[in-house]
Design a binder for this molecule. Structure first.
Ligand SMILES: Cc1cc2nc3c(=O)[nH]c(=O)nc-3n(C[C@H](O)[C@H](O)[C@H](O)COP(=O)(O)O)c2cc1C
Length: 388
């Protein structure tokens, strides 16, 4: 998604400036061409030589450079996207007020493509009413922002202001480069991961679902502006901090309860979790002793998706996932009809846990094959849902 994309990285004078080096490095590894502008104050924190050694591209620090072209225009025209990371309260304030008094702020003014700010600062600075007004004004004017994370800050304070994880910034960049922010105001419910059904205090039954596909859909929808509720079982990856409404539901019964609680308030419901089809008839309170062979009695759990299909209102879009090991498309198409779904995404069991997938997206009329990394596939599924 980033191969040969032209990214202009603006680094400003915040304590998180050193983290921009890791961001630049990961962008380069993904095949992007990264040119950089550093403010005078950013150079107090890290050296332009460090950035240049990583990106092998220009790192500009001065507005008036006799050697260079009119850089604020040439760099603005060159970039597919501009990322300001970290973004100080100062650069946010300057941009919000149309101030162009150095190379970075002037280039921002001259840019016509997408611009993403990644603010990082002390919690009181971030919560300052003027900073918040500036962010709101810029957001309303079409600039993109990523929320800082909550946690321990370099200044010793605890709160919102941390530079987000670089991997998450890259998801934002991929989205803003390639997809519109067309889910603003949409309420989307996503389930992800595998259930765990307790046998005793130590043991459980589960499946190979990693949660990567569900998390990719939740991520992609949130970055495209949706108000996402994520209900997740066991997942191998960390839940991103910007998915604020994330609810853990370990067993099929708990997942059923939480999904039903949230179903009616959401317009789009995407059920990716691998819900257990069976659960032990009884969960033992003490550890089961090994006394020869053991016969387990398993009982059927509720088919959550089929029940939602019965409750679905005309303005709701219900999407199911079907992992199959044979006759993948034919079996999925049957489920689409029986469960009253708008779309079903058929995939092969072999993709569980992997970063790449290949799926068939099926609705009552069409079938579309989609291959690629799960995040890209997630976006293509959202495109289809949006165009419904
Ligand atoms: C040690 C130190 C750390 C700083 N960290 C931050 C920070 O994390 N975020 C921020 O917005 N400003 C921070 N500042 C303040 C900025 O450096 C200051 O507002 C400066 O004018 C920003 O300039 P620039 O936006 O042109 O890079 C820090 C200042 C110092 C001295």
């Amino acid at each position: 998604m980033l191969k040969n994309k032209k990214i202009l990285l603006g680094i400003t004078g915040g304590i998180a400036a050193y983290k921009a080096v890791d961001l630049a490095s990961k962008l380069v590894k993904e095949g992007a061409i990264v040119k950089t502008i550093m403010t005078k104050n950013a150079c107090e924190f890290i050296s332009p030589i460090t950035v240049k050694s990583i990106t092998h591209q220009s790192v500009s620090t001065k507005m008036f450079d006799a050697e260079a072209q009119i850089e604020h225009i040439s760099l603005a025209d060159w970039a597919d996207i501009v990322i300001i990371a970290p973004a100080t309260a100062n650069i946010i304030g300057k941009t919000a007020n149309g101030i162009a008094d150095d190379l970075l702020s002037t280039t921002i003014m001259a840019s016509t493509g997408p611009i993403l700010f990644v603010p990082a600062m002390n919690v009181h600075m971030f919560e300052n009413v003027i900073v918040q007004k500036n962010i709101a004004n810029l957001t309303n004017s079409g600039y993109y922002f990523m929320e800082p994370e909550i946690g321990k800050l370099a200044c010793g304070y605890e709160g919102k202001g941390r530079f987000p994880k670089v991997t998450e910034i890259i998801y934002y960049i991929k989205t803003h480069l390639n997809y519109p922010r067309n889910f603003v105001g949409e309420k989307v419910l996503v389930t992800a991961g595998a259930n765990r059904e307790k046998l005793d205090p130590m043991r459980f039954l589960t499946n190979h679902s990693s949660g990567k596909m569900g998390l990719s859909i939740a991520r992609a929808a949130a970055i495209r502006g949706a108000d996402v509720t994520l209900i997740y079982g066991n997942v191998v990856a960390e839940i991103p901090s910007y998915l604020g409404k994330a609810i853990f539901a370990e067993s099929a019964v708990e997942m059923d309860k939480m999904v039903n609680l949230k179903f009616s308030e959401n317009k789009t419901i995407i059920m990716v979790a691998a819900v257990s089809d069976y659960t032990p008839a009884k969960a033992e309170t003490q550890k089961i002793k090994k006394n020869g062979n053991l016969n387990l009695k398993l009982i059927r759990t509720k088919d959550i998706l089929a029940e939602l299909g019965k409750q679905k209102k005309a303005d709701q879009v219900l999407v199911g996932f079907a992992a199959e090991s044979e006759n993948i498309v034919a079996n999925a198409r049957k489920k689409l009809k029986i469960k009253n779904l708008d779309f079903i995404v058929a995939n092969n069991l072999a993709v569980a846990g992997k970063n790449e997938t290949n799926v068939t997206l099926i609705d009552s009329q069409n079938e579309q094959k989609i291959n690629g990394c799960k995040f890209e596939v997630a976006h293509k599924i959202l495109d289809k849902i949006f165009s419904k």
